[in-house]
Design a protein around this ligand. Structure first.
Ligand code: PLP
Length: 358
């Protein structure tokens, strides 16, 4: 077996024990005589899986009964469109923070369907930092405030969150990576393919009072209420994705929950930023206090060296270190499933590369 060190931004590395468990159960799941993919989504066996997945999310993230936990299709991007359709009523405004590529995609969708106030934008500064709460130009009586808690491409994250009655966060690239008080949020959502499982599945956690707000004119499938009322089984969900999410969350639990994995993640990030900060050869372009512990971005002295670095790292068994095409440079996505061993291999490679080319 030759598994590489996988630094892909998404779909991304999954924990090996999860893949092995899925492999062992692939042809016959728990005495059912069939694979999970062949189970009816209305069967007792599948109900056990989805109930287990929900229970894990509630336990790990501390989600109370005031919130519904939904497993939806369309990834995080569909939520960009459905959030304003559900929660911004006729004649009202929604506030958004523009912190980078993903936040601005959400804004683009929101602008299509109604009044959208960009409460702060980091665009002029090339998205190198998050705003302070005091910098936000909020609308009085806005329907909600939308943020992206961790910008996957820019490599920045909110160290703490602005206080807001109706705070909605895209947490796709950092969900379950650090302890967060869920009660600060009206809604949190994440595409699964970074920290939770395969693509094509979104985890949506939403306060029940918000669910009731949706206008009657919203198409039935696009209403969060539809899926909340049906336990995410209004139509056939991504059953395989939900199954893997259940296994991934079992794995997080086995490591001491989110507090346990946060410690591991902080050590990983410290190791990598330590090397970047330790020499002028590497340069991290983003503000120190807002640096992501999931997506680490850095530059080399020239674009030629960056290209050489990415090519040689591939040959050394490290995949996915090229920065996003829109920003260039290098990026290591070091999600929950990327272990300290991968980081140690990467920093050893970086030191050797600098010794040769610095
Ligand atoms: C990956 C990502 C998305 C898009 O997720 P899809 O599931 O492809 O729609 C949205 N927001 C953030 C922060 C992401 O990292």
């Amino acid at each position: 077996m030759a598994r590489v060190y996988n630094f892909n931004a998404g779909p991304a590395a999954l924990p090996l024990p999860v893949l092995e468990k899925a492999q062992a159960e692939m042809t016959e799941f728990a005495g059912s005589g069939m694979s999970v993919m062949e189970l009816s989504h209305r069967s007792k066996d599948f109900q056990g899986i989805i109930d287990g997945a929900e229970a894990n999310v509630r336990k790990l993230m501390g989600v109370s009964d005031d919130y519904a936990v939904l497993f939806l299709q369309g990834g995080a991007s569909l939520q960009f469109a459905t959030i304003p359709m559900n929660f911004r009523r006729e004649g009202k405004t929604a506030d958004y923070v523009d912190s980078g590529s993903w936040a601005s995609k959400a804004i683009k969708e929101a602008k299509l369907s109604g009044a959208t106030n960009v409460a702060w934008s980091g665009k002029e500064e090339n998205y190198i930092r998050m705003p302070k709460a005091s910098e936000l130009k909020l609308t009085p009586d806005a329907e909600y405030l939308h943020i992206c808690s961790n910008e996957t491409i820019g490599g920045i994250r909110w160290p703490s969150f602005p206080e807001n009655e109706t705070l909605i966060a895209d947490m796709s690239s950092e969900i379950m990576s650090r302890v967060v008080d869920m009660n600060q949020f009206a809604m949190v959502y994440a595409g699964a393919q970074k920290n939770l499982g395969p693509s094509g599945l979104a985890l949506v956690i939403i306060r029940r009072d918000l669910i009731e707000r949706t206008p009657e004119t919203t198409p039935i499938f696009f209403r969060y209420k539809t899926h909340a009322d049906e336990g995410s089984l209004y139509n056939t969900p991504n059953t395989w994705g939900i199954y893997i999410l259940k296994l991934v969350t079992d794995w997080v639990d086995s490591l001491g929950g989110i507090a346990g994995i946060q410690k591991i993640n902080e050590k990983k990030a410290d190791t990598l930023y330590g090397v970047i900060d330790g020499s002028d050869f590497w340069r991290c372009p983003v503000a120190k206090e807002d640096r992501s512990i999931m997506n680490v971005v850095w530059r080399l002295p020239s674009e030629e060296l960056e290209e050489q670095f990415v090519n040689e790292s591939k040959k050394a068994g490290m995949i996915g270190l090229k920065g996003h095409r829109s920003v260039g440079g290098c990026r290591a996505s070091i999600y929950n499933a990327v272990g300290q061993d991968a980081i140690d291999a990467l920093v050893a490679f970086m030191k050797a590369f600098e010794a040769k080319n610095g």
